[in-house]
Ligand binder design. Structure first.
Ligand SMILES: [Fe+2]
Ligand SMILES: [Fe+2]
Ligand SMILES: [Fe+2]
Ligand SMILES: [Fe+2]
Length: 270
């Protein structure tokens, strides 16, 4: 018997997040299955560590999506995530005798799992109303340019418009007959263009205080890593999953960076 019945998980309106939730449920189920067969720390620790990593990635992605979608209480929400991760880490650390056959105290894990479920299914609901996917078959763009996207430098604004257009065109093309290989080519073109844009934007960083420039450069590196990971993850996936990726994650990933990081350039480049 599985512990979490995935078919009973509520959908959030964001297929990218739903996909993560299924993966998290898989990991929790794997912990229970392993606990039923052996139950020692030695056996369970790698499963717990894998769950911790999956949650870390999911929470980071959720905050990017939430910020990009305009969720204001994200700092407070991020704190809840950090607290949960710290509790799970402490629990993993309590497995002191990991090299012996010390049995895992599953009741503590159950308490953590209940907290996680409550967070994911109740607290997170605040955000669910913020996202939606364009209706299937409509030619509604994924991202519409908004005045607050402008950073006040024409060259940067133009590059942002171009990236937005690439995402919009790609999203629309996924309804068409193009082959899977073409889709992945397009995803790689977006990666290349993003990289080119970052390097070009960084040429303005000499006008920024060193600390701000460094923070922004690190954000670029992080964004590229996230994009590469998302692409790598999807190599075997079809048009529908790519639509979920674009509508559920990449558009917020781009908007979040433009609105919350690039916008600061405005103060220094006037
Ligand atoms: Fe979640
Ligand atoms: Fe959350
Ligand atoms: Fe940037
Ligand atoms: Fe930018």
């Amino acid at each position: 018997m599985t512990f979490i019945d995935q078919s009973a998980l509520p959908t959030t309106g964001n297929r990218e997040i739903d996909r993560d939730h299924n993966e998290i449920a898989d990991r929790v189920n794997a912990i229970y299955a392993a606990w039923q067969t052996d139950g020692t720390c030695r056996l369970l620790r790698p499963h717990l560590e894998a769950l911790l990593e999956t949650l870390r990635g999911h929470f980071a992605k959720e905050i990017t999506i939430a910020r990009g979608a305009g969720y204001k209480a994200w700092v407070e929400h991020h704190t809840r995530h950090a607290e949960f991760l710290a509790r799970l880490q402490r629990f993993i650390d309590t497995c002191e005798n990991c090299d012996s056959g010390h049995p895992l105290d599953i009741s503590l894990f159950r308490i953590l799992e209940t907290h996680l479920y409550e967070h994911e299914m109740t607290l997170d609901q605040d955000m669910w109303a913020l996202w939606s996917e364009p209706d299937a078959g409509s030619d509604q763009p994924l991202i519409l340019w908004r005045p607050e996207f402008s950073v006040g430098v024409e060259q940067i604004d133009q590059q942002h418009r171009f990236l937005i257009r690439m995402l919009n065109d790609f999203f629309l093309s996924l309804d068409g007959p193009a082959a899977l290989a073409d889709h992945h080519q397009r995803l790689k073109a977006i990666l290349n263009e993003t990289e080119r844009h970052f390097r070009s934007e960084e040429q303005y960083f000499s006008h920024l205080p060193a600390e701000e420039a460094e923070r922004h450069r690190l954000a670029h590196d992080q964004l590229l890593k996230e994009l590469m990971l998302a692409i790598k993850d999807r190599e075997a996936f079809g048009a529908d999953d790519l639509k979920a990726l674009l509508a559920g994650f990449l558009r917020y990933w781009l908007i979040d960076h433009i609105v919350n990081i690039d916008a600061k350039l405005r103060d220094f480049l006037r």
